[in-house]
Design a protein around this ligand. Structure first.
Ligand SMILES: C=C(C[SeH])C(=O)N1CCC[C@H]1C(=O)O
Ligand SMILES: [Zn+2]
Length: 597
């Protein structure tokens, strides 16, 4: 009868979780070995162990189908069975599974080893994305150099990945169908446990669009002042002038576009260099913040096993990442850290992942993940909202003057806005493009022009030169070729402000309508009430549906743009006034650029 079956199932679940822990540890160790040293040998080993784990997942998949787990009375047991009942590409027969793994690994290797020639010295052809091209895009004022780097990076990747990408899409969809999903895009949305998630996300974007239009119009006006006619008055902004290879965050052009350029402005990167910051010191600074609010210090093995600087002697994947080795002890970050303020934020972002791993490490294996993917991306960024205030930067000496001029605070809010507001349309369109690719609505002969259609429609950006279907520009972004979903970041950029608002209220640092305690100057540093509330939510992992985790920390059960909008209200007021004063056109007319089909 069902009681006996449930008791047997309980013991079965204990045994498969134990088994999965051991095999996942082996698999992640081999994933790490390949990602940190891109050799053929490491790839072969990684594909072999991954196929072994996929076969175990298939075995479990067939075994759990024998159980009437939907009838079990124990919620947690039912939920663990539910978690094991969708296994994605692991459902593919071994040959197809191995092929898919190889396609993604090859594209990651192409991306991570791609080199281009320097604009000024055409014999120097060893420029990598990190750190070389990233630095040029962040610091160069030479429009021709920016254009060169933007085009050459895409030429070095797109054409080489297009065929692999088509096969990757087909195989991913085959795996999806074996799990009874219509396509891979639907598999990616499963863990939101809400079949209205797409509509919710669309609604959030529409709510945030007016704020985006204001910062877009202001930035276009300032860039036109700086670069001249290459930036049109009313058209989309050329994508190579925004301080970032993908135009996804614009904080690197803060100095060039500040609202109050005359007040003394601290260049935080210069200050970090002046104060002899190193990669280690950057991570110790991040750890210090987490410890100050009663979260957990990094385990000793973290400092031993992590890769916090780019090794000179091998090819590796430099895109920053945080790793859980499923043995409740070994947690690592791999980051090719440079001493810049942007990298300080990334270090907090990655350590936020580690804190989540540490808090849920005693959960059953299927619950050792975020309440939803967006939660995992929001932890570190939420802490950075405190870290990046003038109050905190003064505390740690990255702002050396104690000038209380409110213009300094607004300049800093603008800088944060260039990172957060500018990101929203990019965070949204990345999977808008991929959902249509997986569903077949966007076909391979339309991949690139559809991409630029979305980039213009949502971001108001245009390529610096005409594009065609010979190009494959989506591949220029890591997550596309590395099979990493992206909706998680859009969701994170919304909910991190809900978390921040809730923690700031708990810390007594924010009171709605109290101009003495505005949200954008709240710093929860050393506040354990806030830290303990965050800690409680993190420890839940994915043991409950995400509205329960959202309620635990904010008291709300929905995603809500009001946190972000309240945080940036002073900036939005300033931008609306400034744009009106300058008589700038809000929005953008159609691009003159063409995409040849
Ligand atoms: C830092 C990471 C690793 Se989870 C990352 O990929 N991020 C963090 C913000 C958005 C996204 C990106 O770089 O595109
Ligand atoms: Zn992340």
């Amino acid at each position: 009868n069902i009681e006996e079956e449930e008791l047997q199932a309980y013991n079965y679940m204990l045994s498969i979780n134990d088994k999965m822990e051991k095999y996942l540890n082996k698999k992640v160790l081999s994933d790490w070995a390949y990602a940190s040293n891109l050799t053929q040998e490491n790839l072969n080993k990684n594909i072999k162990i991954s196929a072994e784990v996929a076969n175990i997942q298939k075995e479990i998949w067939h075994q759990i189908a024998q159980y009437n787990w939907q009838q079990f009375s124990d919620y947690s047991l039912r939920r663990q069975f539910w978690a094991y009942s969708t296994i994605g590409e692991n459902a593919l027969p071994e040959p197809q599974f191995k092929m898919l793994k190889k396609l993604v690994s090859d594209m990651e290797s192409i991306y991570s080893t791609a080199k281009i020639c320097d604009y000024k010295n055409s014999t120097k052809c060893d420029l990598l994305l990190e750190p070389d091209l990233t630095n040029i895009l962040a610091t160069s004022n030479d429009e021709k150099e920016l254009r060169h780097v933007w085009i050459e990076w895409r030429n070095s990747i797109g054409p080489k990945c297009k065929d692999s990408y088509k096969s990757y899409v087909a195989l991913s969809n085959e795996g999806a169908k074996l799990n009874n999903f219509s396509d891979q895009g639907e598999v990616w949305l499963k863990d939101y446990e809400d079949d209205t998630i797409k509509e919710q996300v669309h609604g959030l974007f529409e709510q945030l669009k007016p704020l985006y239009l204001q910062i877009h119009a202001y930035v276009r006006f300032k860039l036109r002042e700086k670069f001249g006619e290459v930036v049109s008055e009313k058209g989309p902004i050329p994508a190579h002038l925004l301080g970032n290879m993908w135009g996804q965050t614009w904080d690197n052009i803060a100095e060039k576009t500040l609202p109050y350029p005359d007040v003394e402005d601290s260049d935080y990167t210069a200050e970090m260099i002046k104060q002899n910051y190193t990669a280690i010191k950057i991570f110790q600074t991040a750890e210090n913040f987490f410890k100050s609010i009663n979260l957990t210090e990094m385990p000793r093995t973290f400092w031993k096993n992590s890769i916090l600087e780019k090794p000179a002697d091998r090819n590796l994947i430099c895109h920053a990442s945080a790793w859980d080795f499923y043995d409740q002890k070994d947690f690592r970050i791999k980051q090719c850290t440079e001493v810049t303020y942007e990298q300080m934020s990334t270090a907090h972002h990655e350590m936020g992942h580690i804190e989540y791993f540490l808090q849920y490490k005693d959960q059953p294996v299927p619950f050792r993940t975020g309440a939803n993917d967006g939660f995992h991306e929001a932890v570190g960024d939420c802490i950075s909202l405190s870290f990046g205030t003038t109050t905190h930067l003064r505390k740690i000496g990255l702002i050396t003057s104690d000038n209380p001029d409110p213009k300094i605070v607004l300049n800093n809010l603008y800088r944060v806005g260039l990172g957060k507001i500018a990101f929203l349309p990019f965070g949204y369109l990345m999977d808008l493009w991929r959902w249509d690719v997986f569903s077949g609505k966007t076909t391979p002969d339309n991949y690139n022009c559809k991409w630029w259609e979305l980039r213009e429609k949502y971001q108001g950006l245009e390529p610096p030169v005409d594009r065609s279907e010979e190009d494959f520009d989506p591949a220029a972004k890591y997550h596309i070729i590395a099979d990493v979903p992206y909706l998680r970041y859009f969701i994170s950029f919304v909910i991190q402000f809900q978390f921040h608002r809730a923690l700031c209220e708990k810390a007594g640092q924010y009171e709605p309508n109290n101009p003495k305690k505005p949200l954008h100057e709240c710093d929860i540093y050393e506040n354990t009430d806030a830290g303990n509330a965050l800690k409680k939510m993190l420890a839940m992992g994915a043991s409950r549906p995400w509205p329960d985790a959202m309620e635990a920390i904010t008291g709300q059960r929905v995603m809500d743009a009001s946190g972000l909008l309240q945080y940036f209200q002073p900036l939005q007021d300033w931008l609306e006034k400034e744009n009106k004063k300058n008589g700038v056109f809000i929005g953008w007319e159609k691009t003159k650029r063409v995409c040849v089909r």
